[in-house]
Design a protein around this ligand. Structure first.
Ligand SMILES: NCc1[nH]cc(CCC(=O)O)c1CC(=O)O
Length: 312
């Protein structure tokens, strides 16, 4: 029943449990469409450098570069990424073939002893290496001590269980995909912890000269998610997006109207974030991109900082 020619496909993937889950998820969907699909596991620099924050060593691209080399050399045909880790502009010669349906985009509060952020004692230690999470946590609870936390999901949970932190903040999506939803004590409201652009969504990257693959992957696309994350990523791109500044962007598509909230701040994370929101009817990726760019202009116009959200 496959509308396109069955293809032998190789998926390049990182070897963390979450990356493998995501690659196997895509493998199963493609197999169900008649393609024969194998996995090529690889380690990226992002997996190896665990002692420094990503913003200091080169950012998101560290998780995708080795996979792109495998695509370039023809050892693999597609790479499955957490969209949150994919740089806003792909290198020349690569394209996003599609974006798949989003898992829960929220951040999760994870702690062995405390039920929520509010339940943490004064001065408790919370682990996160994300500048966005750090600044948003500090806005909610200025007394908390934020400590760096790197590594894949299992590593981060182990460090929490070892007692190095009172609590950590993780994407709900990763925990749910790995069946670890029981570790979630509470999910943050997106109004308290505005998610990262693309959080919870998967993207499939290919070489842009492989239009034949585009056709095979098109059925895996989820149009609502694609529109939403395109707007979120446009904010990030227009703000010069990298993980060396705190940036959040979260969209919700309701009956054809995209409601987009965004926030950003200083690279040193010392000031409260500037917020902006806007809504517009969105039917195409170009519409979504334009809304993201408009919000970015508002964020810039918000000046260095504003304590109240700029809405409209
Ligand atoms: N930065 C690492 C990363 N990349 C994607 C996810 C989670 C899953 C997702 O957002 O799709 C995570 C872990 C986390 O932030 O807790």
């Amino acid at each position: 029943m496959s509308p396109t020619q069955p293809l032998p496909l190789v998926i390049a993937t990182r070897e963390s449990r979450l990356a493998l889950w995501q690659a196997e998820h895509v493998q199963a969907l493609l197999r169900a469409r008649g393609h024969s699909v194998s996995l090529l596991g690889m380690t990226t620099q992002g997996d190896q450098i665990l002692d420094r924050s990503l913003s200091k060593v080169g950012g998101k691209g560290l998780f995708v570069k080795e996979l792109e080399v495998a695509l370039e050399e023809g050892r693999a045909h597609i790479a499955v990424h957490s969209l949150k880790d994919v740089p806003m502009e792909l290198p020349e010669g690569f394209a996003l073939a599609c974006v798949m349906e989003r898992e829960d985009p929220r951040d999760a509060f994870v702690s062995p002893h405390y039920a929520s952020l509010d339940a943490l004692p004064q001065g408790a230690v919370v682990g996160t290496s994300s500048l966005r999470r750090q600044v948003l946590l500090q806005a909610l609870r200025p007394d908390l001590k934020i400590e760096p936390l790197r590594g894949n999901l299992d590593t981060r949970l182990r460090k929490l269980d070892d007692g190095q932190y009172d609590a950590i903040v993780l994407a709900a999506a990763g925990l749910k995909r790995l069946g670890l939803q029981d570790r979630i004590r509470t999910e943050f409201a997106t109004t308290d912890m505005l998610p990262a652009a693309g959080q919870g969504a998967l993207g499939i990257e290919i070489r842009s000269d492989r239009q034949d693959l585009m056709a095979a992957l098109a059925p895996l696309a989820h149009q609502e998610t694609w529109l939403t994350v395109t707007a979120e990523r446009a904010v990030s791109r227009a703000m010069g997006g990298s993980c060396s500044m705190p940036l959040a962007a979260h969209g919700r598509l309701v009956q054809g109207t995209l409601h987009l909230d965004a926030a950003w701040g200083d690279p040193d994370g010392s000031a409260p974030l500037v917020h902006a929101s806007a809504s517009a009817p969105v039917a195409t990726l170009a519409d979504a991109d334009a809304l993201g760019i408009a919000i970015a202009a508002r964020l810039r116009a918000g000046g260095a900082r504003a304590s109240h959200p700029v809405t409209g």
